[in-house]
Design a protein around this ligand. Structure first.
Ligand code: HEC
Ligand code: HEC
Length: 393
């Protein structure tokens, strides 16, 4: 074997390259197969995927090591999002559940919160339009808003509410759809209170929920009761069992998908136990978004040009069930959604077909169990003699 002697000047470069290769195994670095340049690896994997060729023998993957790596970035969910200003009591939650399902909080008495955030279906709007799930929601008089209805599960953990964060918490948020003209369309808070007071069965429920208030039926208390109910809208997923140390909770693809998720840097934004909900970020961070964006996002709320195209990073819990995706519901395939994220939000760029498949498998591990008993539709108090009927105008 002839020995190749390298010119002295090249040696430091090689050392740097070798170190760069090692650094690839550090967390947060983009996914790179040891020793091979990323582009070459991706090309090979993509080719193998297209030809249906047998995949290269898989490296063993350690669930325990992944738990250690993921725990500080993600973590198991809490079972309720506690609030210092709105302590959770059973009476408040029971009232909130009734209000959540009560269409009499809407002018036409056809829409409740559950119409656009169906709790039996992961808290989103599952109504169809043009042969698929509607991208945005139908409200009063068949009007459609501009944004996709986000899930209410795990929403209370978010740093703020709405895609642009214009409501501070679920209590403040819950008051807003009721008087939104394209949603529940009530004229004003006073008309809402009048309806509530006309339903005799509500007074004792408000009294039990707000025992210190002499006149407990207020718009603010409606927000507090609904908010209290929402604070326990939590789904527990295989991922939570995994974060608590059950190494068998994720299957092999999900484990590998979690590694891709961490390697690709998705956790820079989708972080915390809700795998999102903790930041506002620009859509098109590392590369401009491929389609023109009609919605300027957080800029609409703050008026600051620096906030243009910033949206709340959504929770990825139950994301396999909550499509179509994005603030405008414009993406209808989760595979494409994940690829768009890699390409436009991360520095690593495009994913291979296999990486995409694994990522989507991992996202499936974030699908939790619907808390059927907690969300069971309650019996609503009956109309009184002065309760107004539906007003379709
Ligand atoms: C007509 C459909 C519709 C109705 C009815 C409706 N919502 Fe929504 N909801 C939406 C849409 C659309 C958004 C997103 C709007 C935005 O971000 O600007 C939203 C956002 C939310 C959010 C924010 C979630 C997050 O992660 O930011 C919560 C919480 C919520 N709604 C709860 C409720 C409650 C409680 C009610 C009943 C009082 C209700 N909604 C009634 C459509 C609806
Ligand atoms: C720089 C921040 C950032 C990074 C990194 C990032 N995302 Fe996102 N992600 C967002 C934001 C912001 C949105 C919402 C944008 C919108 O609705 O317009 C989003 C939306 C999503 C959605 C749609 C969720 C829904 O309910 O509509 C999925 C799925 C998703 N991201 C997955 C990923 C994956 C997988 C990665 C890693 C490859 C990733 N994201 C990396 C910021 C980021």
């Amino acid at each position: 074997m002839p020995r190749i002697r390298l010119p002295r000047s090249l040696r430091p470069t090689l050392i740097v390259l070798a170190l760069a290769g090692l650094a690839c195994d550090e967390p947060a670095a983009p996914a790179v197969h040891k020793g091979k340049p990323r582009a070459q690896q991706q090309a090979e994997e993509a080719k193998a995927f297209e030809e249906g060729a047998p995949a290269a023998p898989k490296e063993a993957i350690s669930a325990a090591a992944l738990i250690d790596r993921a725990r500080p970035l993600l973590g198991a969910t809490a079972l309720s999002a506690e609030s210092p200003t709105n302590p959770l009591t059973d009476a408040k939650i029971d009232l909130g559940r009734k209000l959540y399902y009560d269409p009499r909080l809407s002018k036409g008495q056809t829409f409740s919160c559950n119409s656009c955030h169906d709790l039996a279906h992961y808290g989103i709007d599952t109504r169809e339009r043009d042969g698929g799930r509607a991208r945005t929601s139908e409200g009063h008089k068949k009007q459609f808003g501009e944004r996709n209805s986000p899930t209410v599960y795990h929403a209370a953990f978010g740093l703020a509410q709405f895609w642009d964060g214009r409501a501070a918490d679920v209590e403040a948020q819950a008051q807003m759809p009721i008087t939104n003209p394209v949603e529940m369309a009530m004229a004003n808070p006073e008309s809402v209170i009048a309806v509530m007071k006309s339903i005799p069965g509500y007074l004792p429920l408000f009294q039990a929920a707000f025992p210190d208030d002499s006149d407990p039926i207020t718009f603010e208390n409606i927000g507090k009761a609904v908010g209290a109910f929402e604070r326990k809208l939590v789904t527990v997923a295989p991922f939570d069992r995994f974060m608590k140390g059950d190494t068998a909770a994720l299957d092999d693809d999900q484990l590998r998908g979690l590694k891709v998720f961490l390697d690709a840097g998705c956790t820079q934004c989708h972080t915390g136990p809700s795998v999102g909900g903790t930041q506002f970020q620009k859509l098109g961070t590392t590369k401009a978004w491929p389609e023109p964006l009609a919605d300027t996002g957080r800029e609409k709320h703050t008026g600051a040009a620096a906030d243009r195209y910033f949206f709340k990073v959504p929770t990825l819990r139950n994301v396999t069930e909550t499509g179509p995706w994005l603030h405008d519901g414009s993406v209808t395939s989760l595979e494409r959604m994940v690829q768009l994220m890699a390409e436009h939000q991360t520095s690593g760029g495009k994913l291979t077909a296999e990486q995409t498949r694994l990522l989507v498998a991992f996202l499936g591990a974030l699908r939790g169990d619907i808390p059927r008993d907690y969300i069971a539709e309650p019996q609503l108090p009956e109309n009184g003699p002065t309760t107004p009927g539906p007003d379709p105008s």
